[in-house]
Unconditional design. Structure first.
Length: 173
């Protein structure tokens, strides 16, 4: 499964405090958190991101505190996927645990511009720039991580497994 969306390019070392400022941590409601996502980085960004769009970022995306609110807020915006040079390890795990697809692809960061249309394939890690026709080789996601995404995160995965439902990687990417 591939996801398609418009790119929104961010810089390096985007930390969880600018993804969702601490003053909004009084809720875990995705819709409420989405209203304030990236507010301290760019107050208009959350209004420009449409469901299905893709965030493209530099090194160490999601550094800082281990708060799960950051991927919840991003999911609440409807972001289909985040493509970055690298992710902070705790954000990496939190994203998958909450069913937010992420792909490491340094070449995409160098070539993609705001507004480019992208197609991201989780299984191969390939990022296709539909605007320029270029294809960038990213890191493929392991099957288990694709299963987590397909189930909507670790809670959905466990529920589906306990109920004997199919949680194959093909459903999630």
């Amino acid at each position: 499964m591939a996801m398609r969306g418009r790119a929104h390019k961010l810089g390096h070392h985007v930390d969880t405090d600018v993804i969702i400022p601490a003053r909004y941590l009084v809720t875990t409601d995705p819709a409420e958190l989405a209203k304030h996502c990236f507010e301290d980085l760019d107050p208009t960004l959350c209004t420009r991101i449409a469901p299905g769009d893709v965030i493209v970022a530099g090194e160490n995306f999601g550094q800082g505190s281990s708060r799960e609110h950051a991927p919840i807020a991003i999911k609440g915006l409807g972001v289909a996927c985040i493509v970055a040079i690298s992710f902070a390890r705790i954000f990496y795990r939190n994203a998958f645990n909450l069913g937010l697809p992420i792909v490491e692809c340094p070449e995409a960061y160098e070539q993609v511009r705001d507004g480019h249309e992208l197609e991201v394939d989780l299984e191969s890690g390939r990022v296709r720039n539909l605007t320029t026709g270029e294809v960038y080789a990213g890191r493929p996601l392991p099957e288990f991580m694709r299963r987590l995404v397909g189930a909507g995160g670790i809670v959905g995965y466990v529920r589906a497994t306990l109920q004997g439902r199919d949680v194959s990687a093909k459903r999630g990417g």
